[in-house]
Design a protein around this ligand. Structure first.
Ligand code: AGP
Length: 610
């Protein structure tokens, strides 16, 4: 996720801003920039690369007496990592600069309209449209121009705006993406999160959605998107800088679990047109012939990425009606795989650096297959090996146990399946429109599950001493069971294995007794009744049942009172919401056992060796 800093006070702005940006590095980025106002002129320096490598440009060679400016670290979404795509972005005359965090969903329509009005664009980003929109509304009042500009905007934003005609004020405003105002002594700050400004002030105002501020040296005026004044209270931040990086959560993993509603918004942001029932994957780079020529698909990955691919199999076979097989990358690379020019290989990797998955990609290409990467990390090795890409836009994932990246992979695979299904005329536009609508409300449904975290923590506390767990699921949610079992074992060190529920009779049911907890995903689906009968067999043998069920499910009540309810969603989207309770359950078991959740023993975040 991008980082934003704004400063107005009595110190050299570019030094204060650079220092603040370095404290946001944990968020991950690929480029950075700073803009200041000096003698009614905007000065801007920006480039690709890490801050330590561009310090000369942003500070040492950027001597300025200016004490007002904005800065930004960019995690590329729309537009590749580059100097011209780095923020801040200016208007046509470089009279104003904007730093933005979020995704402007209707940027293509806005960019087309602004270009027809004569605006000239210098970048590939969605964010640049904000600068030109503000320019088109500017008539001397910066706050009004910002408010008017945002009336045209759909999507998520946190922005800081600097104008050469206003050397004594910054304007900022937010919707979905976080933004705060720091209150100092004859100096004030704007930031994406408190980490950036803790060394200057602990007095902070958290802006709510559709709230902004005019930030001056001697005071701050808060307003709403309607332009009305609003009173805001400052809070004293007690966190130390390390806690601040975790946003007040005790672990990065928990922070990342709670980020997931926003991650889904970021993954779908700017990629769907509900009215047309269309999906846009700009970096796909697969042509129509590539897609029509595909007779089968092979999905490869490791660990969580592999399990997301197993969901991908169900999605693509149902929505695109092409046969799909899933293979562990470490197996695929050595089994002389039978793939050719009519095979599309989909390689999934959060880091884009996993040795086995990279090797599988090379093996597939050697055999003539087209390879599509589903990747989080921009500019990673895998992005240079594949023929096409779908970025998952999860932002940097710090916790070794993958959570938000898994959700982002599932969301990206759903978009891909809808797009391929439409292109191959398997899906009609109405169905695609319906699924886009459902995807857009999924974040708030997930928030309802996250609200149950105390209930899930209480449930976890009952199973801290279990020796082994069985996870059961069917259909779309068999991979959910696989992923849930992996989460538990990799951070709590309790053995857990997952089975397709229909397999119970073929061996695993021998394991069942009152010492064996069984976690089962049994939400409403085409295989609900079948799964229910499997669970009755478990219960008949005194197995300890924990179930993930659809809200209001009355059938399960007599089977167990250890249940976690989730909102009803379409079966194809259910793996995205059903995994949330399993992530939280694993997290609390590990945390209550006093283990190192973010850095589990023996594990690395990215397995770059065999
Ligand atoms: C999942 O929680 C683990 N961190 C691990 O299984 C991981 O998913 C696997 O190593 C693949 O990593 P990648 O997505 O970066 O390729």
């Amino acid at each position: 996720m991008c980082g934003i800093i704004g400063y107005i006070g009595n110190k050299p702005a570019n030094e204060v801003i650079f220092d603040g940006l370095t404290r946001l590095e944990y968020r991950g980025y690929d480029s950075a920039g700073i803009a200041v106002v000096d003698n009614q002129k905007i000065h801007v320096r920006k480039d690709i690369g890490k801050l330590r490598n561009i310090r000369k440009l942003l500070v040492d060679d950027f001597s300025s007496d200016s004490s007002i400016g904005i800065g930004h670290t960019r995690w590329a979404t729309h537009g590749r990592p580059s100097a011209f795509n780095a923020h801040p972005h200016g208007d046509c005359q470089t009279s104003l600069m904007v730093a933005h965090n979020g995704i402007i969903e209707n940027f293509m329509k806005l960019k087309k309209r602004l270009a027809s009005e004569g605006h000239e664009f210098k970048s590939e980003t969605d964010s640049e449209v904000l600068a030109h929109l503000i320019e088109s509304h500017y008539d001397g009042n910066l706050k009004s121009a910002v408010i008017e500009a945002l009336k045209d905007v759909e999507g998520a934003y946190a922005i800081a705006v600097l104008h050469k005609n206003h050397p004594d004020e910054l304007v900022c405003i937010r919707k979905e993406s976080p933004l705060i105002v720091g209150l100092g002594n004859e100096e004030n700050f704007i930031a994406s999160d408190v980490t950036a400004i803790l060394q200057y002030t602990r007095s902070v105002v958290y802006l709510d959605n559709f709230e902004g501020a005019v930030v001056k040296r001697d005071g701050v005026e808060f307003f709403t998107i309607e332009g009305e004044k609003v009173e805001k209270n400052a809070v004293q931040v007690e966190w130390n800088p390390v806690a601040a990086e975790k946003g007040g959560f005790s672990h990065f993993m928990l922070k990342e679990i709670f980020e997931q509603p926003q991650v889904i918004r970021n993954t779908i942001g700017g990629r769907t047109s509900e009215e047309e029932g269309k999906i846009y994957l700009e970096e796909l780079r697969l042509t129509g012939p590539d897609i029509y020529r595909t007779q089968r698909i092979v999905i490869v990955g490791c660990g969580t990425a592999f399990y997301s691919g197993c969901v991908g199999k169900y999605l693509i076979e149902k929505l695109v009606q092409i046969p799909v097989e899933c293979d562990l990358a470490s197996e695929f690379r050595y089994r002389s795989p039978l793939v050719d020019a009519n095979t599309l290989v989909i390689a999934i990797s959060q880091s884009g650096e996993t040795a086995d998955t990279l090797a599988a990609v090379k093996e597939a290409k050697k055999r003539g297959a087209k390879v599509l990467g589903v990747v989080n990390a921009k500019e990673s090795s895998m992005t240079r090996e594949v023929d096409g890409l779908v970025y998952i836009h999860a932002g940097p994932e710090i916790g070794v146990a993958s959570t938000k990246a898994y959700i982002a992979m599932l969301t990206a695979l759903t978009l891909l399946a809808l797009m391929l299904g439409k292109i191959r005329s398997v899906l009609d536009p109405e169905f695609v429109k319906e699924k886009i609508k459902e995807l857009k409300i999924l974040p708030q449904q997930i928030e309802r599950v996250l609200d149950k975290h105390e209930e899930i923590k209480e449930l976890a506390s009952q199973f801290l001493h279990a020796k082994s767990f069985l996870y059961l699921g069917r259909g779309f949610n068999y991979p959910t069971a696989l992923e849930g079992a992996l989460k538990l074992k990799e951070i709590s060190y309790i053995h857990a294995e997952a089975y397709a529920a229909g397999e119970m009779k073929h061996g695993p049911i021998a394991l069942i007794d009152d010492e064996m907890p069984v976690m089962a995903i049994v939400t409403q689906s085409d295989v609900y009744d079948k799964t229910l009968s499997n669970l009755k067999e478990v219960q008949a043998r005194s197995g300890q049942l924990i179930v993930v069920v659809t809200e209001g499910d009355g059938e399960i009540a007599h089977l167990t009172d250890c249940k976690i309810e989730v909102p009803a969603v379409s079966e194809i989207l259910s793996p995205i919401i059903n995994v949330i309770p399993l992530q939280l359950f694993a997290y609390y078991v590990a945390d209550l056992r006093g283990l190192d959740v973010d850095q589990p023993r023996n594990l690395a975040k990215s397995v770059t060796v065999e």
